[in-house]
Write a protein that binds this ligand. Structure first.
Ligand code: 13P
Length: 252
């Protein structure tokens, strides 16, 4: 079993179109020799098309930060998986904690989004993770278990093969407070064991689990050395091309 490491940059609500294009061009140049790693960037929606143009033919894929669960219709402000695919995306982030916290996303909407995304031929990076309060009250594993069982409810093994999980402890996002490598490993191993319980060993062995939360050039090597950490979903440190390029080229 080999899981290809995956490093994805989530630019969140940062960068104008011009800035996004400039950063994408720098990354294309800096990473053109890198192989054996899946690399992706998730700019804001308005920059998807121009960034797609810049990274065309490169080893960087285009990721959407969010997606809606219908193909089209009267849903002001939403974007469908088909539209994202047509704009050049190969993947969408679903259930990021900021969407759960500020925009009412739930395990149920996460499940609907996963289904629609996969139907449209997009892969999904599905985010799960506990808050500080949940960790401190000893509920980390029960929260993760519920997010897995409800978020992935009734998905088929074929669908699971097109999913990447991102474990992002909410207390580590944008705080500079990274989970230690062993805390990440413990959570990842737990998540993998739950996937095994639902889908069997072959799928559990294959599914990639990324860590997200204050990943930086200075801590990525240590995190990636853990056996169940298969990549990183990087926020702040992905905004600078030099720092993201270094993270992508973590030493293995
Ligand atoms: P930071 O790397 O800024 O902590 O953000 C992590 C994240 O939320 C990636 O999706």
């Amino acid at each position: 079993m080999t899981r290809i490491p995956c490093i994805a940059g989530n630019w969140k609500m940062y960068k104008t179109v011009d800035e996004a294009v400039e950063t994408a061009a720098k990354l294309k140049e800096a990473l053109h020799n890198v192989s054996g790693r899946d690399i992706g960037i998730a700019p804001p929606f308005v920059s998807l098309v121009p960034v797609a143009e810049v990274i065309k033919g490169s080893n960087i894929s285009l990721i959407a930060q969010n997606v809606f669960w219908e193909d089209e219709g009267a849903y002001t402000g939403e974007i469908s998986p088909t539209m994202l695919k047509n704009a050049g995306c190969t993947c969408a982030i679903i259930g990021h904690s900021e969407r759960r916290q500020y925009f009412g996303e739930t395990n149920e909407t996460v499940n609907k989004k996963i289904n629609k995304c996969l139907d449209a031929g997009l892969m999904a990076i599905v985010c799960i993770g506990e808050s500080l309060e949940e960790r401190e009250s000893g509920n980390t594993f029960s929260v993760l278990e519920t997010q897995v069982s409800e978020g992935f409810s009734a998905l088929s093994p074929d669908q699971m093969e097109k999913i990447v999980i991102a474990y992002e402890p909410v207390w580590a996002i944008g705080t500079g407070k990274t989970a230690t490598a062993s805390q990440a490993q413990e959570a990842h191993a737990f998540i993998r064991s739950k996937i095994e319980g639902h889908y069997g060993k072959a799928i559990a062995d294959e599914i990639r689990i990324l860590y997200g939360g204050s990943v930086k050039p200075g801590n990525v090597d240590e995190l990636m050395a853990e056996k169940d950490v298969d990549g990183a979903l990087v926020g702040g440190a992905s905004l600078d091309a030099g720092s993201f390029a270094r993270i992508v080229q973590f030493s293995s």
